[in-house]
Design a protein around this ligand. Structure first.
Ligand code: ADP
Ligand code: ZN
Ligand code: ZN
Length: 745
């Protein structure tokens, strides 16, 4: 390799463009991807840059290529750590170096001074308590909620009050006029704002929590770097365990990254961490603008915070000396990137830990098969929390066989037992959650004569019917009116099939006309605010019943919910990927965990057509281990992760035939290259074939799968595909690689 592609001083230049330089003979042994070097650039004699690619061929005329001056001594900066990480991501997930760099580097934006607006209590506690009482009596829930929070913390950031607490500007200004609170804007003063609340949230850890904490802290004291899996039932106090360990790490002068699925990063979570760690903690979510995000990164880089909490991308926080990464709800699909490169946050976190010597703590009530498998083989240390922290009992779960209901002439969505319990809870003024893992008014529309479903002409997925009667595609948004006749056979007997959240809402209103009902699904939560609004409204007990899709089951704590109804538990078993049973188990176990979180006893009804499927029976018993044991056998028999590895290579292009032909050609070349391994079955290929969703946005999709015991074999294939990248791109085809995919293609 005699030439290097270099990104010039990445803190100033855009990362999209690389420049080629020659590597002088005497440097060839000392440079690699990620090396920081000095180079001449434009009129400037010397600048620093990073090597992001190596090649043996000049891309421009030889005479115009300049020489690298030398390697920068002690070039290990945060940026070069990120570069090394980018190189690792590229090797392990495929794709280009530029895509990998974009993943690990924060967006470059100029930094402007930022004002922080806060809301503070402006009267005596007594007065505030009076107004609180008064507001409660008059059912001014928003007012009461704000005052109650202020009584606890004194000062709250404005953005939290309006977004997470869902308090309107009118309410704030009314209370300001009354002299209860003041709104103040100031330049960020990091030392003053929210000091940690010394005697605030800290609880006395129970024995199990204590044991988990000291297992990790003792290792840290001995300088041992490990990965831990905190396997604790919902409500067992995992968050308290994380905070205790974090406290130890921070006190030792190191920094901590905490990953939480965005959907679970609620006001309560923010408050808990703020109370314990004050202004040394920063939060991060996708609502932040690029500029705001950059400010957060800068704070981390400057060392003015110790803890960064956020979703997946918070992993790339440029801390000087990270000592710990925590991944809460580690089984969540959201930890796998949907964009390219399709990296998994858990694997990348492990790599960061290997590079920096940090420890990794994973936590879940329903661990991913991957993590539990590693705990089983001893690669991870398993820490168990078997009891709920607050004396709450686990709910009573009952499986209802829908086939029996039909035999008994009950044609509604609700089993008799569910209706009986709903009635009971409404009378007791307790809350109910109804869960359906599907969206839309009523599922797909199909023909009773020929059986064909009406599909989107652009995406080949079934269209779903909405309340206005229109049919809509959930991939591309295509919309059309309900046809009078079947487009395939002309029969007039076409109808909507199945059940959606809207239909459930209608039926609930028919059954219980006086119940107050909220619905939460992709249609009612187009923007983030409406999502928060529905949740806080339900938390404020402004509704009796919350109907929703997956989004209602995750991470929320509603103490007054004592009944959870899962309407058609087996729907997610029909998904087309190998994780269908795992996803079903997780959803059901999490949904069941929603009931009876406080002192009230909870009930869960699981309605299903497959009452004997192991994912359903084990979820009903909250028996993760039994589920795991059966599922692992299935994965093993087919060499699926974690008992093997699988890679999807997806080609999409405008021309159907070209796209398929191109993938077939590349597949043939790969099989040829790895013929020996294919022959002795170390490498197995499936396809190429049109993808399950064979067209999205008018792009045709073809997929081929490779399976192998050894992950490195699959990354070798990634590297091989790189050889054809230019050719593929020139043909107008997009190539995506997904290793150990979380979704079906
Ligand atoms: P998880 O993260 O496992 O779902 P949390 O950490 O959120 O559990 O704890 C659930 C609830 O129990 C919280 O309200 C928390 O404050 C409380 N809790 C946790 N540990 C204890 C403890 N040792 N004593 C009293 N309450 C606790
Ligand atoms: Zn038909
Ligand atoms: Zn479509």
């Amino acid at each position: 390799m005699t030439y290097a592609d270099i990104i010039v001083d990445i803190s100033h230049e855009t990362i999209d463009r690389t420049f080629q330089y020659r590597i002088p003979e005497d440097l060839q042994a000392s440079v690699k991807i990620g090396t920081k070097v000095n180079i001449p650039f434009g009129n400037r004699k010397e600048m620093t840059g990073y090597i992001v690619g190596l090649s043996s061929m000049p891309k421009i005329e030889e005479s115009r290529i300049r020489d690298i001056i030398g390697v920068v001594p002690q070039g290990i900066s945060i940026d070069s750590r990120m570069l090394e990480l980018a190189a690792w991501i590229k090797t392990n997930y495929g794709g280009t170096m530029n895509e990998a760099l974009k993943t690990v580097l924060p967006v470059k934006k100029s930094i402007r001074p930022q004002l922080k607006t806060e809301i503070a209590l402006a009267c005596t506690e007594e007065r505030a308590k009076e107004v609180l009482e008064e507001s409660r009596k008059k059912h001014y829930v928003a007012k009461a909620r704000l005052i109650a929070e202020l009584l606890e913390t004194n000062v709250l950031p404005k953005e939290l009050v309006s977004s997470k607490l869902n308090i309107s500007a009118a309410t704030i200004s009314a209370l300001e006029k009354q002299g209860i609170l003041e709104v103040r804007s100031e330049k960020i003063d990091r030392n003053k704002s929210y000091a940690a609340d010394e005697n605030g949230e800290k609880v006395n850890l129970n024995d199990e929590q204590e044991a988990a904490c000291s297992a990790v802290i003792n290792d840290l004291k001995e300088g041992k770097r490990e990965t831990y899996l905190v396997f604790g039932v919902t409500g067992s106090g995992k968050t308290e365990v994380y905070m205790e360990i974090i406290d130890h790490v921070v006190k030792n002068g190191k920094q901590v990254i905490v990953l939480i699925p965005e959907i679970a990063l609620t006001f309560q979570t923010v408050l808990r961490f703020t109370k314990r760690f004050g202004d040394r903690v920063a939060f991060f979510n996708s609502k932040l603008s690029e500029g705001e995000r950059y400010d957060q990164y800068l704070k981390a880089k400057e060392g003015s915070i110790d803890i960064m909490i956020g979703p997946r991308s918070a992993l790339f926080t440029p801390f000087e000396n990270p000592g710990l990464i925590v991944i809460d709800e580690e089984h969540e699909g959201a930890y796998k990137s949907e964009g390219v490169p399709k990296y998994h946050a858990r694997e990348v976190a492990e790599q960061i830990c290997r590079m920096t010597g940090a420890s990794l703590v994973l936590g879940s009530a329903t661990p991913s098969l991957e993590s539990f498998r590693r705990a089983e083989t001893g690669e991870y240390k398993l820490l168990k929390l078997t009891k709920r922290a607050k004396e709450a009992e686990l709910p009573e779960v009952e499986i209802v066989d829908l086939r029996e209901e039909l035999k008994n002439k009950n044609r509604t969505i609700f089993s008799l037992e569910l209706v009986r319990l709903m009635d009971d809870r409404l009378q007791k003024k307790e809350q109910i959650m109804l869960f359906l893992n599907r969206r839309g008014y009523s599922g797909f529309v199909s023909c009773r004569s020929c059986g064909e479903a009406i599909k989107c002409p652009h995406c080949s997925v079934s269209l779903t019917q909405h309340r206005d009667g229109h049919l809509r595609c959930h991939y591309c948004g295509y919309e059309t009116i309900m046809p009078k006749k079947c487009p395939s056979c002309g029969s007039p007997y076409i109808a909507a099939f199945g059940t959606g959240t809207q239909k459930i809402e209608e039926q609930v209103k028919k059954l219980f006309p006086s119940a107050r009902v909220l619905r939460m699904d992709a249609d009612t939560t187009k923007n983030k605010e409406s999502y928060e609004k529905i949740l806080s409204s339900f938390a404020n007990e402004e509704a009796d019943i919350l109907i929703g899709t997956q989004m209602i089951v995750k991470g929320h704590d509603f103490p007054h919910v004592t009944l959870v109804g899962i309407l058609a538990a087996d729907l997610s078993l029909h998904a087309t990927d190998y994780r269908a049973a795992e996803k079903t188990f997780q959803l059901l176990a999490q949904a069941a965990g929603r009931a009876g979180r406080a002192s009230l006893k909870g009930n869960v009804i699981i309605q299903t057509y497959r009452p004997d499927h192991y994912a359903i029976t084990t979820a009903a018993e909250q028996d993760y281990i039994s589920f795991y044991e059966q599922e692992v056998l299935f994965r093993k028999s087919l060499c699926y992760p974690p008992m093997g590895h699988i890679m999807a290579v997806l080609f999409s292009g405008k021309n159907d035939a070209d796209c398929g032909a191109s993938l077939r050609r590349v597949t043939a070349k790969i099989i040829d290259k790895f013929a020996g391994l294919v022959d002795n079955k170390e490498l197995v290929s499936m396809g190429p074939a049109p993808a399950g969703i064979s067209k999205i946005n008018d792009l045709y999709r073809y997929v081929v799968y490779f399976k192998a015991q050894k992950y490195s074999l699959l990354t070798d294939i990634c590297a091989e595909i790189d050889e054809y990248r230019d050719e593929i791109k020139a043909a107008g085809i997009i190539c995506q690689i997904d290793l150990d995919p979380m979704i079906g293609y």
